[in-house]
Design a protein around this ligand. Structure first.
Ligand code: ADP
Length: 532
C-alpha cells in the first residue's frame, strides 16, 4: 500500500494487486489443502456401506434432500474451498463414468490424503509420495484383475445381475424392497440392451415418479408414462391400437402477433373471422383424421375453444408434452416427430397397442400410459412413494442400479464387495512395498484398509480388530473374498453373501482417487484473494 497525492494535493492510496492476495507456500499449502480434502471425505465416511447413515441437506430455497449417494451429497453441499471442489468433481467423475461407488471414491481419496500428510510430516517430498502412490495404484488395479471373476448370463438367467444390483441398493433407503427394485432395474436394462454389441442406451429408460402409494407399487412399464392428461376431461380414457401424431408445431390456428393490426368494426366481420379461425382448425383436425391419427401428442398448447372442438370431432389430444418425452414416445411408437403441420403423413404416425389415462387416489393427478408399442425398446420405471424426498432418493438409487447393470453387460467382470477387494489389494501392495524402497507404497496399502475399516465402523464393529481378523483370514486361507460382515449374516465370505461390485467400478475408484490426490500433492503455492 502506498500513499500518493494528486495534482491538487489530495491524498490517495495505491493498493498493489499483490497485496490483495493471500499466499500459502510449500508445506503450508499442502497441509491446508490436505486438511480441506480430508474434511470433505470425513463427511462422507459415515455414509459408506449398507449400514451407512443418510445426510439431510437443505437448499437456500428451503428444499430438503435426504440422501446416501456421495455424488448428490457433495453436489448439494455448496462448498467454497477449491480443494473441496476437487473432491466434489472426483465424485462426479465417478458418477459419470460408472454411476456407482461415488462415496467410496471420496473416502479412498481422503484416506490417501491422510497417509500423505503423515509422510510429509516425516519430511518426505510430495513428489516422492505422488510417485509411490502412482506405482501402488497400478499394482492394485492389476491385482484387481487377478482376483476378478467373470459370470455369464443370458436373457433368461440374470440372477447374478440382480444380485449385483442388490448390493448397490442395500446401502440405500430402498433397502426394504431391494429385491424387487433390482429386478426392475435389470429388466429395464435388458429391455434396452443390445446384448450382441454389449451396448446399453440408458437414455431409453425413463424414470418417472409420483407421490402416493407404497414403494412396493413401483413398476416397470414397457412403454412410456407421461405426467400429463388428456386435454379435455370428456375425451376417451383408453384408446386401443392408437395411431399417434407427434407434433412439435402449434396445433391451433395462427394467432395474430402483437405487431399485426386487425380492424374489426362490425359484428359480421368478427363472425367471419371467428368462423375462419374455426374452419382453419377444423381443417387441421380433418387432416389428422385423414392421415389416420387417433391421438395427437403435442409439444405446444391449444386454447379452450380448440380443445372443445377436438373433443367434438372425437380426436383425443395431449398437450404440453416435453421435448425429451416426445423423443422417447417417437422411439417407442416407431413414429416420427412432425415439426411442420403440412408434413404430417400416415407413415409418420407412431403406433401403440394401448394408450390409457390413469388417475391416482382421490387427487386429480392423472398420467398417460403408452403401452404395447411398436418398438418395446423404450421403457419407464414408475416409482411410487410416500413423499417427494423418498421418490427423489429412490430415483437416485435406481440410477445407480441401472448403471451397475449396464456396466456388467458391457464388461461382465466382478470383484467381491464388503471391503474384501480392498483388503486383498492392500495385501498385494504391501508385498510390493517390501521390494521397492520408500514409504509411499506402504502408505497406499494402509489407505486401502480404510475402506473396510469405515464399513466396520459404520456397522458398529470394532474397526481395527475386525480388519486385522479379516486380513489374517485372507492371508491364511489365501481367500480374497473375505470382507466385512456388515449385516451380521454369520459369514464374512462375500461370495456366499453375494455381495459383488463391478471390476471397472472398483478400478476406476482407485485410479480416480489416486489422480486427485496426486494433483493435490503437487500444489505448493496457493494464491487466493484475501478476505477483507
Ligand atoms: P457408494 O456410493 O460408494 O456405492 P455405498 O454406500 O453404496 O457407497 O457403499 C458401498 C460399499 O458397501 C461397497 O464397498 C460395498 O462393497 C459395501 N457393501 C454393500 N453391501 C454390503 C453388504 N451386504 N455387506 C458388506 N458390504 C457391503
Amino acid at each position: 500500500m502506498a500513499l500518493a497525492f494528486d495534482e491538487f494535493g489530495r491524498p490517495f492510496i495505491i493498493i498493489k494487486e499483490q497485496e490483495q492476495k493471500t499466499r500459502l507456500r510449500g508445506l503450508d499449502a499442502q497441509r491446508a489443502n490436505i486438511s480441506s480434502g480430508k474434511a470433505v471425505a470425513r463427511i462422507l465416511r459415515t455414509s459408506l456401506g449398507p449400514k451407512g447413515m443418510d445426510k439431510m441437506l437443505q437448499s437456500p430455497d428451503g428444499d430438503v434432500t435426504i440422501t446416501n449417494d456421495g455424488a448428490t451429497i457433495l453436489e448439494q453441499m455448496d462448498v467454497d474451498n477449491q480443494i473441496a471442489k476437487l473432491m466434489v468433481e472426483l465424485s462426479r467423475s465417478q458418477d459419470y463414468e460408472i454411476g456407482d461407488g461415488t462415496t467410496g471414491v471420496v473416502v479412498m481419496a481422503g484416506a490417501l490424503l491422510e497417509q500423505a500428510e503423515k509422510l510429509l510430516e516425516r519430511g518426505i517430498h510430495p513428489i516422492r509420495v505422488a510417485e509411490g502412490y502412482e506405482m501402488a495404484s497400478r499394482i492394485a488395479v492389476e491385482h484387481l484383475e487377478c482376483i476378478a471373476n467373470k459370470f455369464e448370463f443370458g436373457v433368461n438367467e440374470f440372477e447374478p445381475l440382480i444380485q449385483t444390483c442388490m448390493t448397490t441398493l442395500s446401502s440405500k433407503i430402498v433397502n426394504r424392497c431391494k429385491r424387487s427394485m433390482a429386478e426392475i432395474a435389470v429388466k429395464a436394462v435388458l429391455a434396452v440392451a443390445d446384448l450382441e454389441r454389449k451396448d446399453v442406451n440408458l437414455d431409453l429408460i425413463k424414470v418417472e415418479g409420483k407421490v402416493g402409494g407404497k414403494l412396493e407399487d413401483t413398476e416397470l412399464i414397457y412403454g412410456i408414462v407421461v405426467d400429463k392428461d388428456m386435454s379435455h376431461p370428456q375425451m376417451p380414457k383408453q384408446i386401443q391400437d392408437a395411431n399417434i401424431a407427434i407434433l412439435t408445431c402449434p396445433f391451433e390456428p395462427p394467432k395474430p402477433k402483437t405487431k399485426h393490426k386487425v380492424d374489426i368494426d362490425s359484428v359480421e366481420k368478427f363472425q367471419t373471422l371467428r368462423l375462419q379461425e374455426q374452419k382453419y382448425f377444423d381443417d387441421m383436425v380433418q387432416k389428422c383424421k385423414d392421415v389416420g391419427a387417433t391421438l395427437v401428442i403435442c409439444q405446444w398448447g391449444f386454447d379452450d375453444e380448440a380443445n372443445h372442438l377436438l373433443m367434438h370431432r372425437n380426436l383425443p389430444a395431449v398437450r404440453w408434452v416435453g421435448g425429451v418425452e416426445l423423443e422417447l414416445i417417437a422411439i417407442a411408437t416407431g413414429g416420427r416427430i412432425v415439426p411442420r403441420f403440412h408434413e404430417l403423413t400416415p407413415e409418420k404416425l407412431g403406433r401403440a397397442g394401448l394408450v390409457r389415462e390413469k388417475s391416482f387416489g382421490t387427487t386429480k393427478d392423472r398420467m398417460i400410459y403408452i403401452e404395447h408399442c411398436a418398438n418395446s425398446r423404450a421403457v419407464t420405471i414408475f416409482i411410487r412413494g410416500g413423499n417427494k424426498m423418498m421418490i427423489e432418493e429412490t430415483k437416485r438409487s435406481i440410477h445407480d442400479a441401472l448403471c451397475v447393470a449396464r456396466n456388467l453387460i458391457c464388461n461382465n467382470s466382478i470383484v467381491y464387495g464388503g471391503g474384501s477387494a480392498e483388503i486383498s489389494c492392500s495385501i498385494a501392495v504391501e508385498a510390493a512395498a517390501d521390494k521397492h524402497p520408500g514409504y509411499a507404497i506402504r502408505a497406499f496399502a494402509d489407505a486401502l484398509d480404510s475402506i473396510p475399516m469405515a464399513l466396520a465402523e459404520n456397522s458398529g464393529l470394532q474397526p481395527i480388530e475386525t480388519l486385522s481378523a479379516v486380513k489374517s483370514q485372507q492371508i491364511k486361507e489365501n481367500n480374497p473374498w473375505c470382507g466385512i460382515d456388515c449385516n451380521d449374516a454369520g459369514t464374512n465370505d462375500m461370495r456366499e453373501q453375494n455381495v459383488f461390485e463391478t471390476l471397472i467400478g472398483k478400478q476406476q475408484q482407485i485410479l480416480l482417487a489416486t489422480q486427485v490426490v496426486k494433483m493435490i500433492l503437487k500444489i505448493d503455492d496457493v494464491i487466493s484473494p484475501s478476505e477483507y
